[in-house]
Design a protein. Sequence first.
Length: 361
Amino acid sequence: MAQQDPEERIELTSETRRLLEETDLRPLWEVEDTMGHVYDDLEADIWKWGDIKQAIDHVERDMPIEELPPGFQRRVAVPINTGMQNAISNTIYVGVQTVSPGETAPSHRHGANALRFTIDGSEDMKTVVAGEEFPMENNDLITTPQWEWHDHVNDSDETAMWLDVLDLPLILDSLNSTNVFENHELERQPVTKTQGYWDSQYGHARPAGESNDGGIPGPFEGIREPTPPYRFGWTEILETLRQRAENNNPDPYDGYSMAYVNPTTGQEPLFPTMSFRAQLLTEATEAHFHNATEVFFVIEGKGTTHVDGETLEWDQWDIFVVPPDKPHHHDPENDEAILLGMTDRPVFEAFNFYAESAADQ
């Protein structure tokens, strides 16, 4: 993203600043210019939704989107892992974004892969990607591929909130590269496709005699077709997950999991750099460890995750991280819990470097 002029620093009220510091959260515009450095090892950490919500409400009150500098016109609170300065891990960036009623987060595009997972949305909250309006209803997951224009438009009468997930730290820190970025000349990109278009192009029927027109114009050329714009509706994902649980035995380490696949290939990973899964837990899992980082968002339920002797107690909409090489297992409270699992495992698999093993609990 565009770098912010130090003279244009946003001044938050002392109360908002205190809330952010007490909950290990920082505004997006203060996080961006710290990327490009190497930080200490990750630690297991958790961000409670009550703390996040209180802080993000104050940020929303203090900062209308139109008052933010160009390139930073996204109102986002970013969980910061202990020992780091800019993200939840050194490969995955997670933020909680809000758009108030009547607001538009202006259109831009960038080289990083991104997605939105809706926390509190409606059919009148839309993210517009590559010319199509995608409704953002609760627990929907919507991809924002590399170098595709995207803006967020709230035509409802309630504030909308969602998770932003990008591979920014991998690009900027681990690879020491540049996140190519461009603002659109218009606040809202033109809507050029009917609603449902991108979904229709990647179902069981495909365009005959030609490749899908999801190719990305611009500076990126790769060895595979990029992930297209796509909306994974939660109703269908939940039904698939429950069918899996009713007809199969659970994985000892992850319970019942269904991966969000790349619509182009029908296979994991969703992005070349990140993989995502809906994960249903009905009983305590066995302990294991691996060299990939895992980040979790609690969709439903409550429970605990034990990480190398440390206990993370989680509830709905909490966010927590499991560092590489740390033995861990999940223990849902009551009957079940559902998590969104996010991991940088594809990066390790691309280099044939991924490893995991069972561990003694």
